[in-house]
Design a protein around this ligand. Structure first.
Ligand code: NDP
Length: 329
């Protein structure tokens, strides 16, 4: 392997103005860690879009290689669990936020952060899932733990044509749920039906200020949008239902009331992928290997090259990306 490799670097000047550039790094530039990985595939998540555009304070040390997840092969390891040649996945743990991340041909991280690539999928597939898809699986697992099984009634997925949403639709439909997909892009109806959505509703149905309680429409849901959308989803959740809140694409606020919780026994389930313990991650990736149809995964992902990352980062923040974007390194 050559001594230097390509990387994207986010920097900040004295006036705290952020800039992004493609540069060359060497292994000596990488941060501390006990495993060095050749990055084979990565992806562009909403959070990566925020990091590169600087639209939200995702990056918390400068300069920084962004990119919150990757799949690759171990080049060297001082960690007991990993050897040269092992195929691994990394999601979260502050990588791409405070630790040099995925948008470089090599990454050095803590071995404790890595999980093995499931045998049934490739590095490319793993990044078609990526943090967004793994978060969708964490959300589905939370609904299951709360007893939201297909027999309880329909489930809603908001931000359905995005990354988290697309994977959630595909997993829930494979598991037998009647999935209602909420999207702001009517043009994506055929795409969402192909992924398994039984009904499509317009995003606008969930954007007016929420009533404390509205007509019961679903047993639960996966919400990637937050704000008024989540407030409406909660007010329309049936007695004893549950909603997994995992995103903020529509805003960080939650203009809701306690009515769904105290009058209908509705539960709000918080989902965090970044610091999720290792056993939860292993379980989620095992479930992805089992419960996500690989043909659907191909349908919901597109592939770009390293040089397209910065453009895709802008597009995802502008809500222009459909499904998942895989970066082939
Ligand atoms: P995407 O941009 O791929 O998807 C978000 C989708 O939300 C869009 O495609 C769009 O769907 C919808 N949307 C966008 N803007 C608005 C808006 N203003 N109002 C209503 N709907 C909107 O992002 P990801 O799927 O990668 O991530 C989704 C969210 O989940 C993000 O907020 C991300 O930060 C969060 N996330 C959280 C994680 C966690 O650990 N909790 C991990 C991963 C992601 P459509 O066009 O169908 O309407």
């Amino acid at each position: 392997m050559p001594d230097t490799f390509k990387a994207i670097l986010v920097s900040r000047d004295e006036d705290k103005k952020q800039s992004v550039a493609v540069t060359e790094l060497s292994e000596a530039d990488l941060m501390e860690g006990d495993v060095t990985v050749a990055v084979e595939a990565t992806t562009v998540n909403y959070k990566d879009g925020l990091a590169i555009t600087g639209k939200a304070p995702v990056v918390r040390r400068w300069p920084l290689v962004p990119g919150i997840d990757f799949a690759g092969t171990v080049l060297s390891s001082d960690h007991a669990d990993w050897r040269k040649g092992d195929h691994v996945i990394l999601n979260g743990w502050g990588v791409g936020e405070t630790h040099y991340g995925a948008y470089a041909e090599r990454a050095r991280v803590k071995g404790d952060w890595l999980v093995p690539l499931p045998e049934s999928i490739t590095a490319h597939d793993a990044m078609a899932v990526g943090t967004a898809g793994y978060t969708a699986m964490l959300s589905v697992m939370a609904l299951e733990r709360h007893g939201i099984v297909p027999q309880r009634g329909p489930v809603i997925v908001t931000g359905a044509a995005g990354g988290v949403g697309s994977v959630a639709v595909a997993i829930l439909s494979k598991l037998g749920y009647h999935v209602i997909a909420s999207t702001g892009r009517a043009s994506e109806e055929a795409y969402l039906r192909d992924l398994g959505a039984a009904e499509i509703i317009a995003r606008d149905e969930l954007t007016d200020p929420a009533k404390p309680l509205a007509k019961e429409r679903w047993a639960g849901g996966v919400d990637a949008v937050g704000s008024t959308t989540l407030a409406n989803v909660l007010s329309m959740t049936a007695y004893g239902g549950a909603v997994a809140a995992c995103g903020l694409a529509g805003g960080m606020d939650l203009p809701s009331s306690v009515a769904p919780f105290i009058l209908r026994g509705v539960s709000l389930l918080g989902i965090d992928s970044v610091m999720a313990p290792k056993e939860v991650r292993l379980d989620a990736w095992r479930r992805i290997g089992r419960d996500l149809d690989l043909a659907k995964l191909k349908a919901l992902s597109t592939t770009i090259g390293f040089d397209d990352i910065i453009g895709a980062a802008t597009d995802i923040v502008d809500g222009k990306i459909r499904g998942r974007v895989v970066v082939d390194m």
